[in-house]
Ligand binder design. Structure first.
Ligand SMILES: *[C@@H]1O[C@H](CO)[C@@H](O)[C@H](O)[C@H]1NC(C)=O
Ligand SMILES: *[C@@H]1O[C@H](CO)[C@@H](O)[C@H](O)[C@H]1NC(C)=O
Ligand SMILES: *[C@@H]1O[C@H](CO)[C@@H](O)[C@H](O)[C@H]1NC(C)=O
Ligand SMILES: *[C@@H]1O[C@H](CO)[C@@H](O)[C@H](O)[C@H]1NC(C)=O
Ligand SMILES: *[C@@H]1O[C@H](CO)[C@@H](O)[C@H](O)[C@H]1NC(C)=O
Ligand SMILES: *[C@@H]1O[C@H](CO)[C@@H](O)[C@H](O)[C@H]1NC(C)=O
Ligand SMILES: *[C@@H]1O[C@H](CO)[C@@H](O)[C@H](O)[C@H]1NC(C)=O
Ligand SMILES: *[C@@H]1O[C@H](CO)[C@@H](O)[C@H](O)[C@H]1NC(C)=O
Ligand SMILES: *[C@@H]1O[C@H](CO)[C@@H](O)[C@H](O)[C@H]1NC(C)=O
Length: 405
């Protein structure tokens, strides 16, 4: 009895000393579920990733419309690491030559993409390096019925980046909405910061019995007449290109199906060497409207599936928007048990090429290597300066636009 009391006291003391917060436990799969009206979602500490997003389709059937894994422990085991639903950081997308200059000093960060004989680790850095934020477990800071906040402390020198960065990621569900706010501060040195949410969507939950592809989803970028020009390994060249009316990258003049321009020869090579599809950073240009309230004054992107009737409108304060059409998927990644068709030989329970789309609110990619773009205030942070802030509101609706708009 005495011993038991003692161990209880020791346990309480060590818990208190460790400053442990009392957050409710995740479910048996290690997932933290939150609820809104007509929507629920789960998150895992690995990459602060969204793991499930459930809403009812036009017939009232529940669909899980994001990709992920069935349990939290598998995120760190999977070797393909497609950055399912996570927060890429501390600098999202690609860094040319894995280097950048700040105040006359050249910094080298760890390469992890496009390996060659002379550069076995790669020619560039993707999503913050081989141990970027979405390879690490965040800490759950708070967890309520409709909201969860994760935090990460990224040490000085990690992956080659200067200075410590502390970040908080808050996800909140409302009435058919998923909102998020990402804040990061440079605590010790000047450093680049650019975050995003790397969520993969299939608005049919892979349950469409006519196609598992998202090429039939309709996509619209009303403010995106321009895009970032890239070379054949998707590194920005510095050129800002016009998305000419009717061209493959024109999603601004009118909504169109993602696969609409796939018979246009220009689609080939549009997402890098020998790649047909999209992995494109469009600019979001709304300054001509004068001051605007990003929460109210129009979505920056809309994705819709006529099959499920589900529509997603993305509102954000960010000035660029990436869409990736899952050109690299090849049927080797399993669906979650909450998705797909069962016992349908035509559609195996895996993600096919073009079976998903990644939507990323972000700033102009590789802006740290493009001083002529003048993105410094948006991408370089230092102690005592403004914090990095990214806000977005993902709003869902059913049957709200005519099929294919
Ligand atoms: C959690 O939120 C959902 C949706 O708003 C609501 O139906 C449910 O009653 C809430 N549960 C608790 C325990 O507050
Ligand atoms: C959406 O529209 C379809 C076809 O018109 C209809 O069958 C369905 O009931 C509608 N669903 C909702 C939720 O409005
Ligand atoms: C965890 O999830 C993975 C992938 O979704 C699955 O292969 C594995 O069987 C699951 N493990 C458990 C214990 O459920
Ligand atoms: C990350 O968390 C998962 C469960 O959410 C756990 O299985 C895994 O071991 C953790 N990884 C590390 C490196 O702590
Ligand atoms: C790329 O980085 C290497 C060092 O990692 C440097 O020697 C080289 O000059 C850089 N190349 C370009 C084109 O900036
Ligand atoms: C697809 O599913 C719908 C609704 O369940 C059904 O009416 C239709 O026959 C199915 N089509 C095919 C090709 O299996
Ligand atoms: C996909 O869209 C095309 C063009 O609108 C249409 O012809 C085709 O029937 C659609 N396929 C499916 C499976 O919905
Ligand atoms: C180009 O892509 C096609 C289809 O993905 C593939 O069959 C072909 O081998 C590729 N060619 C080269 C030169 O990589
Ligand atoms: C599919 O893609 C994965 C990840 O890139 C790769 O490891 C695998 O070899 C590919 N499989 C086929 C059949 O191309």
């Amino acid at each position: 009895m005495r011993l038991n009391l003692l161990s209880v006291a020791v346990f309480l003391l060590t818990t208190a000393l460790a400053g442990k917060k009392t957050v409710p436990d995740p479910d048996v799969n290690g997932k933290y579920w939150i609820n809104g009206e007509g929507i629920s979602a789960s998150f895992v500490p690995y990459g602060a990733s969204i793991s499930n997003l459930l809403i009812n389709d036009q017939y009232g059937i529940q669909r899980d419309i994001v990709t992920g894994f069935d349990n939290a422990s598998y995120y760190g085991i999977d070797r393909q690491h497609p950055h399912f639903g996570g927060v890429p950081g501390r600098y999202a997308n690609r860094i040319k030559n894995s280097s950048f200059e700040l105040d006359g000093v050249t910094y080298h960060v760890l390469a992890n993409e496009n390996p060659t004989a002379t550069h076995p680790d790669g020619l560039d850095t993707l999503h913050g390096g081989p141990d970027g934020w979405d390879w690490r477990n965040f800490t759950v800071e708070s967890y309520t019925n409709n909201s969860i906040t994760f935090s990460i402390v990224d040490p000085d020198g990690k992956e080659g980046f200067p200075g410590e960065v502390v970040s908080y990621i808050t996800y909140t569900l409302g009435k058919m909405t998923w909102d998020f706010k990402m804040v990061a501060i440079a605590t010790t040195k000047k450093t680049p910061i650019m975050l995003s949410s790397h969520t993969y969507w299939n608005l049919d939950g892979f349950a469409n019995n006519e196609t598992q592809s998202t090429l039939n989803h309709t996509f619209y970028l009303p403010y995106s007449g321009q895009r970032v020009g890239v070379d054949n390994i998707l590194i920005p060249t510095g050129d800002i290109l016009a998305n000419k009316l009717g061209s493959v990258n024109d999603f601004w003049s009118a909504p169109k199906q993602i696969g609409h321009s796939f018979s246009d020869p220009e689609i080939h090579g549009n997402c890098g060497f020998n790649c047909s599809g999209y992995d494109t950073c469009w600019l979001v240009s709304r300054d001509q409207e004068g001051p605007y309230d990003w929460r109210k004054d129009g979505f920056v992107a809309r994705l819709q599936s006529a099959w499920s009737g589900i529509q997603l409108d993305v509102y954000s304060d960010q000035e660029a928007f990436q869409m990736y059409s899952c050109n690299g998927q090849n049927g080797s990644m399993a669906l979650k048990t909450t998705q797909g068709l069962f016992d349908n030989p035509e559609f195996p329970r895996t993600i096919p090429k073009y079976g998903c789309v990644v939507l990323e609110v972000e700033d102009w990619i590789d802006g740290i290597n493009r001083p002529e773009w003048q993105r410094g205030r948006k991408q370089i942070f230092e102690p005592g300066g403004d914090p990095y802030v990214l806000q977005a509101s993902y709003r869902f609706s059913i049957n709200s636009t005519a099929a294919d708009f």
